[in-house]
Design a protein around this ligand. Sequence first.
Ligand code: R5P
Length: 310
Amino acid sequence: MKVLTGNSNKNLSQKISKYLKTKLVHSSIKKFADGEIYIEINENIRGNSIFLIQSVSSPANDNLMELLLCIDALKRSSAKNITAVIPYFGYARQDRKVAPRTSISAKLVSNLITKAGADRVVTVDLHAGQIQGFFDIPVDNLFATPIFARHIKKKLKKNNLICVAPDVGGVERTRALARKLDIGISIIDKRRPAPGKSQVMNVIGNVKNKTCIIVDDIIDSGGTIVNAAQALVDRGASEVHVYITHGVLSGSAVEKIKRSKIKNMVVTDTIDNSYKVKKTKNIEILSISNLLGEAIKRISNSTSVSDLFK
Ligand code: R5P
């Protein structure tokens, strides 16, 4: 088994390879003057099972193309099998036609990954679980919930805790975390009056004097989370803590979080944000490397991955 990294998140790949006690495959990924990507694998990988780590994060199109070209290079180098480890699966939010004459990007990206030659996909907190069905190869969708639950148990007092779903789409994820912590849930009724804008209509459940834990898969512009935190405080919440798997953090999201009612926001490193959140007191990065490393180990040894979440 060998591990290869793309350029999207080399810090995470280094940590995973350290967990697996292996060196990353020696490769070069360069760009021609016109922006085209050129990939060369600089060691023999014939007959090896390869785990290729690459998030489809910003710049999403470059990182996606790099992922596809790496898979192609591995296939043409006679790898025994190729597992695309995609910690952040970009383009997942368009998983159905939301209006007439729109594309379903999640399906197209799934087709591209399969067509390029991947034999298996490993990812974390897919925006919608049903995207697994867009593939005809095995997909292991890992969850950050156990990592979040451990962190919460260590950092927050159990009495008066409540888990909050920032929108109806996040209820299943919120319930999973609440179950692990043995606490109740509240649900925010969020509307999107225009793309990129979010508005809290109602908060379902009593949050007065409670320490609220908002859990979501993605923070992008920060609008959803900042508005949710404000709505909870307006309804008497004593503190708001946030747990997010994928820190897209576009535009002024970090500034918004800094100025918000959020006491602490934990975000995993499926996307490399170390440079963006440096010196931001209420944002903490929690690494997902051991979970991914352990999943890779188990896939390689043909043992259970789902046991990781029991
Ligand atoms: C939506 O369904 C997602 O789970 C996130 O809530 C959303 O992508 C967050 O976007 P933003 O931070 O721009 O409000």
